[in-house]
Ligand binder design. Structure first.
Ligand SMILES: *Cc1c(COP(=O)(O)O)cnc(C)c1O
Length: 396
């Protein structure tokens, strides 16, 4: 089955009991057990609920894994997966992971005796060099946020296999429509379903999928033990969003491509980050391991003053923390997702004061470009300092 069909008919397209065209919301915390000698499929809703089960089966099918799990948020999924590790274990982590993941690892998990080393995962030798005798896992996110660095998943999974490590991939940006890390050798895939999978900026949710059944049993034990499950109404909303995932991404990705190319030629923009641009350093790997470039891009307008002027003038996109929705979202990493990072560290990583992230929605692309154009036209002139930087970059 191709993805477009699978996303609708992969698990079940109607309720097997009543024939209802969408999975009913089983708003129940517990289940009648008629015969004490015969265990029922569902007994208590933290341990399992038919509505949640339907979503968990759907995401497992789409990612090509054995078991799926739905959590209360992306961070609930990520923190629960990290509970697979024990005190004394060490994990190699891509340095530009989601800010919340960084905070969880450095401020919470560190207190539990689980240590991490951050590496530039696009450099395989850095991944290799970070592995210690106590290393048990590798944690990746590709393309990364907000400069869309691409990690070679098959190559890192191979390193993981050589050292018997659990390879975990946050697949939020591309979704299983464009990228399926389990097929490239990963053991666990994670999603913030708050983003593209939910897709409508109306629900906070997380998902995880394990490649094999044994790992699935371990993660199930943690999901049930920690209890950070997704409520049934939100499960239903995520399933509703999932049905249109491909249709939404087809449009949003086309829009992102067009905007990226247009910005790339715009004199007021010093740099565009989008894996679909042939000069993006990760373009080749992206094309080899994913079937699309997704709906997220970033661009640099040179300074905080100019970024602020753009935010003040755009009318269509909502300005917000988040991405992956029906409406186009603009965010400002320096003050939003990466505010806690020291300015010097941000500069090194390309997260400059002029960097703006755009997640394309479903609006008419020409309307979006027109809106960005009127905003860019009004920007204050670039300073000599910024101009010099731009020239240095284009010479490099
Ligand atoms: C948003 C996000 C998360 C965290 O998900 P929540 O649903 O907000 O908890 C994790 N990873 C990535 C890549 C994200 O964009």
């Amino acid at each position: 089955m191709n993805f477009a069909t699978k996303v609708l008919h992969g698990t079940s397209c109607f309720d097997s009991v009543t024939g209802a065209s969408s999975v009913p919301i089983y708003q129940a915390s517990t289940f009648h057990q008629a015969d004490l000698d015969r265990p029922t499929t569902f007994d208590y809703a933290r341990s399992g609920n038919p509505t949640r089960q339907a979503l968990e089966d759907a995401i497992a099918g789409l990612e090509g894994g054995e078991r799926g799990f739905a959590f209360a948020s992306g961070m609930a999924a990520i923190s629960s997966v990290f509970m697979l590790f024990s005190a004394g274990d060490h994990v190699v982590v891509a340095e530009d992971v989601y800010g919340g993941t960084f905070r969880f690892l450095t401020r919470v998990l560190s207190r539990m005796g689980i240590t991490v080393t951050f590496v530039d995962a696009t450099k395989l030798e850095e991944v290799r060099a970070a592995i210690q005798p106590s290393t048990r896992g590798i944690y990746l996110e590709t393309p990364s946020n907000p400069t869309l660095k691409v990690t070679d998943l098959a190559a890192v999974c191979q390193i993981g296999k050589e050292h018997d490590l659990l390879v975990i991939v946050d697949n939020t940006f591309l979704t299983p429509y464009y990228q399926r890390p389990l097929e490239l050798g990963a053991d666990i895939v994670i999603h913030s379903a708050t983003k593209f999978i939910g897709g409508h900026s109306d629900v906070v949710a997380g998902l995880a999928v394990t490649k094999d059944a044994a790992l699935g049993e371990q993660l199930y034990f943690i999901q049930n033990g920690m209890g950070a499950i997704l409520g049934v109404q939100d499960c239903w909303l995520v399933m509703r969003g999932l049905k249109t995932l491909k249709a939404r991404l087809d449009v949003s990705t086309r829009t992102a491509e067009k905007i990226a190319n247009w910005l790339n030629d715009h004199p007021a923009v010093s740099r565009v980050y989008y894996t679909g641009l042939p000069d993006h350093p990760g373009h080749g790997i992206q094309v080899a391991q994913a079937s699309g470039h997704g709906a997220v891009l970033s661009f640099d307008v040179g300074s905080r003053e100019r970024a602020k002027a753009l935010f003040d003038r755009v009318r269509l996109p909502i300005v917000a923390v988040s991405l992956g929705a029906v409406e186009t979202i603009l965010s400002y990493p320096a003050a939003m997702s990466h505010a806690s990072m020291p300015a010097a560290e941000r500069e090194i990583r390309g997260i400059t004061d002029g960097l703006i992230r755009l997640s394309a929605g479903l609006e008419d692309v020409d309307d979006l470009i027109q809106d960005l154009q009127q905003a860019l036209e009004a920007l204050p002139p670039v300073t000599v300092e910024v101009q010099n930087k731009k020239e240095a970059f284009s010479r490099a």
